[in-house]
Design a protein around this ligand. Structure first.
Ligand SMILES: Nc1ncnc2c1ncn2[C@@H]1O[C@H](COP(=O)(O)OP(=O)(O)OP(=O)(O)O)[C@@H](O)[C@H]1O
Length: 653
């Protein structure tokens, strides 16, 4: 298969995914009544419009506050498409009674929506209003556009990059480039920066858990700025982009965050393009023009008792004047934006954000993509089409991107550009080898399974287990596997949700945790340490998580820890990118068929296990688990290091 043919296959899979996404959205949203949509977090209702303003292009920006269901959980996010509706025209999905836009800012019960209309429609004053999340077609359009461009291009820099990333052409490096090591970085981190400096087309930072991938990326950005004027740094998620923006800005770099940060932190707001436009010396002029334009428009539409030729002419003139002022205001905004972008050193945004109206025409010598192993391949092509050189950072042994269509996933849509490139061009990658999170015994199993045994625990964490938290102990037993084989703790299936729970295993976990907390109290006041212990309980099954949460709610001591955010319970995905001093994993599966379901996803398990800093406790039935070679080796590993325990030890207590 040629590179183009392979990419065309990705194009087909993306279409499949879009179809499925749309179907699921329709199923979830359009057909359900308002109350249902609210419950699913897809709708705010009722709402009031608290303010309207004129934004770029004369389009109306509305500020919305929700009345009912305040603080109810929802899925609204900045950058997402949403649409205002009224209950007086309840033919939901009818375009005539929808005001579409993009969410610009979001606070607890307030949001601003940049609409695509210059005037508010009349129905907005009728009945009760609500706002729905709508299907995000824009991201798919941009991905499709980037893929098409990548497939069709010939003899260009992009064509060359495409062939190198896909392994059809060798990657090239500048030879004998002198390198000044960065004192804050360790050897493999410096090696990764050196590799980036020398790379002519592609470089990869492979960052296993806790190895300082972000630290290295930020230093590589600083180094690159010594020779290049302006860079693009992106990631698939807003959270990752926010973190990168913060870290890069801390180094004194002039950075602009395109799009709207989801966490409203002062530190980040100041880096958004909007905030920088407002701080520009010419902003006053722009603001005045928009205010006057609005006044003129208001006058034009003032109600007149008598409405003859003269009044009509006057209205026409006022409208024309207002329109000219808005056009001038847009020109000033464009000029300010260009001025800011010509001086900025780093632009940060999500992958789709790199096609944002204000920067879509820009090209970059180097584009950095963090969390590249969690990004859909078509998403990565959006910034790559604007690059001469690409740096990818990530770890393909952690979570892959989520794909909604089972078929598209099966046919390979969850295979990332990162994964393809590292497999076909292994020489472009440098793996970071020192990790700063885990006790060596927690690290070692994952190290053997995924990282070829090359990882090392930094001396600051190598022997760091719980024993510091109680002087009576000389050892804190960093890993424990509690085997429930033979206890008769059978899993229970919940057919309606296709989830599985194992209540007795959950009870044992709670008992184990209570005993542990007697030995090593979580609160700093009791354990004599500077910081409290942070604990996470992970289970791959939603039904088990719900059971654990319900039980914990009944136990005062544990519930207190939950309130203080010292104890959290959730799926692996909810702990992604995070760490805890103690991690419990409840494996749930226990049946005589050797069925392990989700557990077969060993990359997900790798993420779960490597969240732990000082202690990892895994509870499960070896009779079921060891049907799978990965878990068989895990049980053997725990036996080898003396971490194997039978559940009977706890039951008999
Ligand atoms: N060279 C170094 N010397 C000392 N500490 C370091 C070094 N590099 C990273 N660290 C520390 O290791 C921790 C993880 O670093 P960072 O946040 O950059 O990791 P990451 O690789 O992005 O994390 P993850 O693997 O979870 O994605 C931080 O506390 C950081 O201060």
């Amino acid at each position: 298969m040629t590179v183009q043919e392979e990419l065309s296959q990705v194009q087909v899979l993306l279409k499949m995914e879009q179809q499925e996404d749309l179907e699921q959205y329709k199923l979830k949203s359009a057909k359900s009544p308002i109350a249902e949509r609210k419950k699913m977090g897809l709708c705010w209702y009722p709402i009031t419009i608290t303010k309207t303003e004129i934004g770029f292009g004369g389009k109306t920006v509305v500020e919305i506050e929700r009345q009912g269901g305040r603080d109810q959980l929802h899925l609204f996010q900045t950058g997402k498409a949403a649409s205002i509706f009224t209950n007086s025209h309840n033919d939901q999905g009818h375009n005539n009674f929808q005001l579409n836009g993009v969410i610009m800012t979001l606070k607890r019960n307030k949001l601003t929506l940049a609409t695509n209309k210059e005037d508010l429609p009349d129905w907005i004053y009728e009945g009760k209003l609500g706002i729905d999340l709508t299907f995000d077609e824009m991201s798919y359009k941009e991905m499709e556009f980037a893929l098409k461009k990548t497939i069709e291009t010939e003899g260009t820099k992009l064509a060359h990059l495409r062939d190198v990333l896909y392994g059809a052409q060798p990657a090239s490096f500048k030879a004998n480039l002198p390198f000044r090591p960065i004192p804050q970085l360790n050897d493999s981190q410096n090696e990764a920066v050196k590799n980036i400096e020398a790379a002519k087309d592609v470089a990869i930072i492979h960052g296993p858990p806790g190895t300082g991938k972000t630290t290295t990326l930020v230093q590589a950005v600083l180094r690159t700025l010594e020779t290049e004027k302006r860079l693009l740094v992106c990631a698939p998620s807003n959270t990752a982009v926010d973190l990168l923006t913060e870290k890069i800005a801390e180094q004194g770099v002039n950075v602009i965050r395109i799009g709207h940060p989801s966490r409203v932190s002062e530190m980040l707001l100041q880096h958004t393009l909007d905030a920088q436009i407002m701080n520009h010396r010419d902003y006053k002029h722009l603001k005045l023009l928009r205010r006057n334009a609005e006044e003129y428009k208001g006058m034009a539409f003032q109600h007149k008792r008598k409405f003859g030729w003269e009044e009509r002419e006057q209205r026409r003139l006022l409208k024309e004047e207002s329109k000219m002022m808005l056009q001038e205001a847009d020109e000033i905004e464009r000029y300010i934006t260009d001025d800011l972008l010509s001086r900025v050193q780093v632009i940060t945004c999500t992958l789709v954000g790199s096609a944002n109206r204000v920067i879509r025409h820009l090209t970059y010598d180097t584009v950095f993509i963090d969390e590249a192993a969690q990004a859909l391949e078509p998403g990565c092509w959006i910034p790559v089409t604007r690059a001469s050189r690409v740096v990818l950072a990530g770890d393909h042994f952690q979570l892959p991107p989520t794909v909604k269509s089972e078929k598209a996933e099966r046919l390979g849509l969850s295979k990332t550009l990162f994964e393809k490139c590292i497999a076909r061009q292994p020489d472009v990658a440098v793996m970071l080898k020192t990790q700063y999170r885990m006790h060596h015994q927690i690290m070692n199993f994952s190290n053997r399974q995924f990282y070829g045994g090359e990882l090392q625990a930094h001396e600051s964490v190598h022997f760091s287990d719980l024993h510091h938290f109680n002087p009576a102990f000389t050892e804190g037993f960093a890993v424990e596997y509690v085997d429930t084989a033979g206890c008769g703790y059978n899993e229970q299936a919940f057919s309606e949700t296709s989830s599985v729970a194992n209540p007795e295993e959950a009870d044992l976990l709670i008992k184990h945790l209570q005993i542990l907390l007697e030995q090593f109290p979580a609160n700093e006041a009791e354990n004599g340490m500077e910081n409290p212990l942070k604990i996470g309980i992970i289970s791959p099954y939603r039904a088990q998580i719900n059971y654990l949460k319900d039980e914990i709610e009944q136990i005062l001591q544990l519930q207190e820890l939950v309130t203080k955010k010292l104890l959290s319970i959730g799926t692996v995905d909810s702990f992604q990118g995070q760490e805890r001093d103690i991690i419990y994993i409840s494996m749930v599966r226990s049946n005589d068929r050797g069925e392990i379901g989700f557990l077969a996803d060993i990359r997900r398990m790798n993420v779960g296990m490597t969240r732990a800093r000082k202690k990892l406790v895994i509870i499960g039935d070896s009779a079921t688990l060891t049907y799978d070679p990965f878990y068989k080796e895990f049980v053997e590993y725990t036996e080898d290091i003396g971490a194997y325990k039978s559940a009977w030890e706890f039951i008999s207590e």
